[in-house]
Design a protein around this ligand. Sequence first.
Ligand code: ADP
Length: 263
Amino acid sequence: MNAPHTELPYYEAAGNEVDLFEHAWKNHLPVLIKGPTGVGKTRFVAYMAAKLNLPIYTVACHDDLTAADLVGRHLIGDGATYWSDGPLTRAVREGGICYLDEVVEARKDTTVVIHPLADHRRVLPIDRTGEVLHAPSSFMLVVSYNPGYQNFMKGMKPSTRQRFVSLRFDFPNAEREESILRGETGCDEMTAKRLVGIGRSLRALKDVDLEEVASTRLLVYAAILIRDGMDPVEACRASLVESLTDDQEVAEALLEVVLATFG
Ligand code: ADP
């Protein structure tokens, strides 16, 4: 559980997403955020929770996640059984945000538990206790996913996705990405510019087979290592090259891009 924040996490906005999120929250609409990994989806939700002064419960979804992991289960302790709320139930009871990260990783029979919460009913029936929780006005459901090609087959059930207002996140433009690197790591302007240039060149590589391209997160890692005094090439090798590929040839091609700037 994360208690309501007193300090706003650092978030560099791209457009009208802060405004849209507030309108959605005020009007009890759930929000879906889609976009590649490491472009600020999770940071944005943490920022909004703090801005709206709401507790946030984050669940990293995976294919073994069950409805009980979200809603809760009976546990045994001191010779008796007692009910333990899952993160979704807690968020409903407290009127906070429940954020399901990478929701397409969860099985469809798990995600159906959010349906009655994600439309006008705003209820959470808890079969095992017989309770039906009515979500307070401040409760909000937020889900995110990465529509990259590895998720192509999984997708989201239309009956689930059509319950959400959707926001698309993408890689920031150069100016915004530089601000993110400087704001997040305190690195100097030249380092930020160079790293953003490398990130953009890496993303533009056409003949290199990568499952995911370089995210802002990886550029942040490189900036942290450089700011801390590491050699820029070694910092980029560790964050931008080796984190993106295991293939030696591909790694060499990526390193060429780094060397063109820092070599
Ligand atoms: P996602 O949830 O999209 O995978 P995150 O929100 O975890 O990505 O972002 C990864 C990291 O990148 C953050 O921890 C932060 O350092 C940085 N970052 C990306 N976008 C932003 C942004 N708009 N403002 C501030 N930091 C950002």
